[in-house]
Design a protein around this ligand. Structure first.
Ligand SMILES: [Zn+2]
Length: 433
């Protein structure tokens, strides 16, 4: 790992990878994509077979190539990667690292990580040393509040560390990893000692820390707060922002790559300077992204269908970036609720569910809404002082009536979520549809 390479990438990203117009950006993307495709066709057996050619000149329109998804990527892992890694070997290294909480082992210098998910459904991701340096330079350029020369102390809460993250260690930038498996009581003590200038954590953890700060247990005032890994619910955004007296920033990153982050105005922009995002619309402004990352060589991601729902922002962002601005990340498409309208099943996006809760009562401190069957929703509510179940029930009935769907059975349960290893999904569907 070379600090010099990181700084070089930081400078390119910060000062040279800039586009004034969408046309300029698109032209750059096409040029990069063609170059990248030629590399992929030469080095990935899977893509060569899948597209039936080893020459980019034979591909008239790459946007018409077949898409891939997580299942295909995992099935074809050994043939897809361009660094000759075997799937079983990579899995065993990654599993051992998680068990021992020692994330330093690599194979041939390649970092191996596992995405969260159920045991049979976990994704493997690999990152080469060059990609690691590039990632570090880019993320610092996009997220550091000041210059790279200013001292920063970054506290990072994660389910599993990876040497991808510890790459950024240098004299000026101090970086500490907080394992979500460890005790939160100890984390608060460590944070008081460390005094982070930047705090990066899932919103459920940021909320816990905000509460600890209100109660006087956590004594630090970070300069920047960044939410990662879970959907940032408006309820949490407000609470965290008020306690720490600042805007809550967001990083949109998943196994498939670093996909976007907020600008200084708090708007999430997709990283279209690093990847191409095709939009498959499922609503007026809601779409599911198909990503092609022209900066990732070891595990090429081309026309990869993500199951996230993103909502475009209507007005342009005042920052002037030509990269697509998002209103919000709604969540996973698996969490779209479905209800009967006559014989037909119709979808209700997570955002309608969220708004039904948040607008119902000021007494709601935290919540989860779980659709356990097509005609049953479960409301887990943590009330502040008084319970206002009827108001909440009415708010949901209004939404159901507006969409003309059959009103499901609504049951109330106690709120029992604790921040930790489990990801918080405030809106969750638990049956297959
Ligand atoms: Zn912006």
């Amino acid at each position: 790992m070379s600090v010099l390479s990181i700084v070089k990438e930081y400078i390119i990203q910060k000062h040279f990878r800039h586009f004034k117009t969408r046309e300029q950006l698109k032209k750059y993307q096409e040029k990069m994509m063609k170059k990248h495709l030629q590399f992929v066709l030469q080095h990935s057996v899977f893509y060569r077979d899948y597209y039936g050619t080893d020459n980019v000149a034979e591909i008239a329109d790459w946007r018409k190539l077949p898409t891939i998804d997580k299942t295909l990527m995992m099935d074809q892992f050994s043939q897809l990667n361009t660094v000759g890694l075997d799937k079983d070997q990579a899995f065993s290294v990654a599993m051992k690292a998680e068990e021992k909480r020692d994330f330093s082992p690599t194979i041939k210098g390649i970092t191996i990580g596992l995405s969260s998910g159920t045991s049979g459904n976990r994704g493997l991701f690999i990152v080469s040393p060059e990609e690691r340096e590039r990632w570090a330079g880019v993320i610092l350029a996009k997220l550091l509040p000041g210059s790279i020369l200013e001292k920063q102390r970054i506290a990072f809460f994660l389910r599993a560390n990876s040497n991808l993250y510890t790459t950024t260690q240098s004299k000026r930038i101090e970086f500490t990893f907080y394992d979500l498996l460890d005790s939160f009581h100890d984390h608060v003590l460590r944070l008081n000692d460390f005094q982070p200038s930047i705090l990066v954590a899932p919103p459920s953890v940021l909320r816990f820390l905000a509460k600890a700060s209100l109660e006087g247990r956590l004594k630090c005032s970070p300069q920047k707060i960044i939410s990662v890994a879970e959907v940032l619910d408006p309820l949490d955004e407000k609470f965290i922002g008020e306690v720490f007296k600042q805007k809550v920033h967001q990083v949109y990153q998943c196994t498939e790559g670093f996909l976007g982050c907020t600008c200084e105005h708090g708007t999430i922009h997709l990283n279209e300077d690093l990847l191409i995002v095709e939009r498959e619309y499922i609503g007026d402004r809601q779409f599911m992204p198909i990503i092609s990352d022209f900066s990732r060589k070891s595990q090429p991601i081309i026309r990869y269908r993500l199951n996230d729902i993103l909502t475009e922002k209507q007005e342009p962002c005042p920052c002037g970036s030509p990269a697509l601005a998002l209103e919000k990340i709604e969540g996973r498409s698996d969490d779209i609720f479905y209800f009967y309208k006559g014989e037909e099943k119709i979808p209700l996006f997570p955002d309608f569910i969220r708004r039904a809760v948040i607008t119902a009562s000021e007494e709601i401190e935290e919540y989860r809404v779980i659709q356990s069957a097509i005609d049953v929703i479960e409301l887990q509510i943590k009330w502040k002082e008084k319970k206002e179940e009827e108001r909440l029930r009415d708010s949901f009935k209004d939404v159901f009536q507006k969409f003309g769907v059959k009103v499901p059975y609504i049951e109330f349960k106690d709120y029992d979520f604790r921040p930790g290893v489990q990801k918080l999904r405030r809106v969750e569907r638990r049956f297959r549809c």
